[in-house]
Structures are given as structure tokens and as C-alpha cells.
Design a protein around this ligand. Sequence first.
Ligand code: NAD
Ligand code: ZN
Length: 259
Amino acid sequence: MTSQSSAQVNTLAESLAQSKRVCVLTGAGVSKESGVPTFRDKDGLWNKFRPEELANVEAFIRNPKLVWEWYCWRRELMAGVEPNPGHYALAELETLFDDFALVTQNVDNMHQNAGSKNVIELHGNILRNKCHDCGYIFSEEESKQIVDFAEGELPRCPKCKDGLLRPDIVWFGEMLPEDAIDFAWKKAMEADIFISIGTSAVVYPAAMLPQQAKSAGAFLVEINPKRTELSPLADIVIEEPSGVALPEVTRQFKIILGK
Ligand code: NAD
Ligand code: ZN
């Protein structure tokens, strides 16, 4: 870590010590060090597959097998990876606050795997399925029981018997789950400190959360090895990978707390 980053980590730890309410927003960047590719980096998925062919409802109606194949590949990829030190540091940080919300755009379940409790998923979860017709959402456990796409059959809904199942992911052009975005909004508006981590901050409405938090008075921090559209608005920008910066933030914060 550069000496500038170390100084900023200290500033962040001190700000945390003065904060009661913390809101964190994460994006694909936090999972990159675990081996999950992001969408917009040079080696991201979007360079190999055109998202418009895969991640929208029209594509699913046109060619559900292609879309399922892609998601099966992504599920397999995600099943083989583990949380990294950044995920664990966030889970530990949560235990040091009474009011800590972790809003994520990721669908990979990695924050939960690392032990985070109060996770608000804005874009769904790749481990769950939902029915394209009746809308029923199957839990991770239920989804494991019903999908057997490996045998080439498209999975059908056990509730309404006929609907095609799809991953419980928010696709391009779809609305975010109302409860999740409302709760995230509330947490952003109430936050004393808002930390945006590993997101290119261009996908709305998630990208509005840091802006809203800042205009409601929060101290705004960004952690990302590359500057983003959000960077000019942030009070501090820590230009480091989250797996490097976050463990240091938690360590410094615990020193301040005397833990
Ligand atoms: P994005 O691909 O647009 O941006 C990733 C950001 O992470 C970039 O700004 C990049 O500079 C930064 N980054 C790269 N390496 C990093 C590191 N080691 N530490 C911290 N930051 C790092 O991703 P986004 O902003 O989350 O885009 C949102 C969409 O991508 C969402 O719809 C989300 O559902 C989807 N997505 C999710 C996953 C996942 O669940 N892991 C993976 C790919 C895409
Ligand atoms: Zn159904």
C-alpha cells in the first residue's frame, strides 16, 4: 500500500470511530480477488459475451437454453471460489457496530459466506431461482433440489407446474426489488459514513446511493484501485484493491477501539 493510502486508511478508521451508522455499497470489484470476473474490467465477462444477448428477459424468452448455459457456467465458477480478505474484513467490521448495512450489487453470495449478516441484495442472488410466470422465488436450498439443467431440460416451476424457472437476478431493464432498494435508500440517508467499494458507480439506481448519502451529510469514502465517476464527489478515495485496504481499515479501527 502507498503511504498516501495508509494515511487515508487511518483517516477512514478515525471517521468510523466517530460514526454510529455505517452504510457500505459493494460491487463486482470486491469479489475480483476471489476470482469472480467483473463486468467492465478488461478481463470482464462482457468482453467474451454480449450482455444484451444474455442478461435480459427478451433474451431469455428467445433463447432460454443459452441464458441457462451462461448462468450454469457462472454458478459453477462461483461455487469454486471463496471470500477474500476484503469480504472477511467487512464481516468483522459489522460486528463492531450496532447499525451497519451492507448493500451489494453482487449476486455471488460471498458476503454471506464470509459471515456478513445485514446484507441487502439489490440485484438478486445467482443461487436462487424464480418462476418467470408466477414470480415465486425459491430459496437456495429449494433451488438446489429442482434445477437439473445438466440433463438438458429447462427447469420448470414446481408451484405453478408450467412456468419456466430463471435465476433470481435483476436483469437489464428490470426493476430492483422494492423492499431492498427502499431499505438501502433509508440506510444511505441515515448514514454518518458511506463507503462505496469496488463498483464502477454507473449502474442506476445503485449509483445514486452514495450521492444521496453525501447530500444528506454522510462522509463519503471510495475504495477502488481505479478512479470512477464517483471519485470527484468522495471525501477520500483509497486507490487500492479492497482485499488489501479493508483488512487494514478493520485493523486500524480495532486499534482505535482498543480491541
Ligand atoms: P463493474 O464491473 O462495473 O465495476 C467493477 C469495479 O471494481 C471497477 O470500478 C473496478 O475498477 C473495480 N475493481 C477491480 N478490482 C478491484 C479490487 N480488487 N478491489 C476493489 N475494486 C476493484 O461492477 P459493478 O459496479 O458491480 O456493476 C454492477 C453490475 O455487475 C451489477 O449488476 C452486478 O450484479 C454485476 N456483477 C456482479 C458480479 C458478482 O456478483 N461478483 C460479478 C460481475 C458483475
Ligand atoms: Zn411458477
